[in-house]
Design a protein around this ligand. Structure first.
Ligand code: NAP
Length: 305
């Protein structure tokens, strides 16, 4: 099968190569999925799991990309819950070969059914950004109606989901990002917007929840904006400064079939709009990931069709 591999951590996306690899086999509780569309987060190439397995052994050449939408073509020993020919989408294990390939093997429990009226490209754009927003807001942040939320990078892949889901439950959302992203953030539902390059974040006052996906100085300044009893949720690693009288949580997104179902239902009924920037074929993927232009929204690789 055709697949993109990486072998050199120093090379970043420039080291990606389109090659022939053996088709994966389904292990216990796995399915093999014929990948129709794949999502890739650039920072994966900095994560240890792209380079080593769970015992820290070199696993290169490794296939990056951990979001997919496709069709089940094989079931492993003992696999239940999904069937051959079923449309699925989901988030694959960080430590196994991923989805920038014609086929991938993945534990069935990491996938959810993809309804027939949801395009594969849309399905592949949802798992990481949708699940991260869902888990950060509802599982770790325990956001409630009427609370105020700072959604950093609110025009980006995760931030646009955070903004929409927080608005849906009745929170007041302060989006942030670049000046050029103000309108996009407001269109995703932000009540207000702070241009981080030209406006003072602190002017918005204390909030119940900060959803940080920027870190660094913005992350540190955000900690002081969490009101008593509030929460700073970070998806960019351990927080460097904690709220004086609140919680700080950092987490890595996990696969969850029920949450994927909640997310795709919202896409179907129009409550949630996905944020796709570029769609490219597998042959064009290495070029797309190495583009020098500023990319907004997710890059989705249409592997088939
Ligand atoms: N822990 C987890 O489970 C998890 C899951 C998903 C993502 N992540 C991480 O979360 C981060 C965001 O991911 P994403 O897919 O949402 O990325 P994205 O689509 O690029 O969105 C990030 C947004 O934030 C903006 N931004 C970043 N730094 C900024 C700054 N200093 N000032 C103003 N705006 C800034 C970006 O603008 P520019 O493009 O102009 O910088 C972009 O609009 C990445 O680091 C990713 O690795 C972690």
């Amino acid at each position: 099968m055709k697949a993109i591999v990486v072998t050199d951590q120093e090379a970043g996306t420039a080291g990606m190569k389109l090659v022939e690899r053996p088709r994966p086999k389904a292990a216990i509780n796995d399915v093999v999925v014929e990948v129709h569309a794949s999502g890739f987060v650039g920072t994966e190439l900095a994560w240890p799991s792209t380079w080593t397995d769970r015992l820290d052994r070199d696993r290169t050449p490794s296939i990056p990309g951990h979001e997919l939408a496709g069709v089940v073509t094989a079931l492993g020993y003992g696999t239940t819950g999904l069937s051959i020919g079923q449309r699925v989408f989901g988030l694959t294990d960080w430590s196994r070969d991923g989805t920038l390939a014609e086929y991938t093997a993945v534990e069935a429990r990491n996938l959810a059914p993809l309804p027939g009226d949801v395009d594969f490209t849309v399905g592949a754009s949802l798992p990481i950004s949708g699940l991260t927003a869902w888990q950060g807001l509802f599982v770790h942040g325990r956001v409630q109606a009427g609370q105020s939320v700072i959604a950093h990078g609110s025009a980006g892949a995760v931030g646009s989901m955070v903004t929409q889901l927080a608005r849906e439950i009745g929170a007041h959302v302060i989006g942030t990002g670049r000046a050029a992203d103000r309108q996009a953030a407001l269109d995703f539902g932000a009540n207000e917007f702070v241009d981080l390059d030209n406006e003072a974040l602190e002017d918005v006052g204390q909030v119940d929840l900060v959803f940080d996906l920027i870190g660094g100085d913005i992350g540190k300044r955000s900690a002081s904006m969490v009101r008593s009893g509030g929460t700073l949720v970070s998806i960019v690693g351990p927080v460097e400064a904690r709220p004086a009288d609140g919680l700080a949580v950092d987490f890595v997104v996990e696969a969850d079939r029920a949450q994927l179902g909640e997310i795709v239902e919202r896409v179907r009924d129009g409550r949630l709009r996905t944020n796709i920037g570029t769609v490219a074929s597998l042959d064009e993927a290495v070029g797309a990931f190495n583009s020098k232009e500023r990319r907004t929204g997710k890059t989705i690789i249409r592997v088939r069709g």
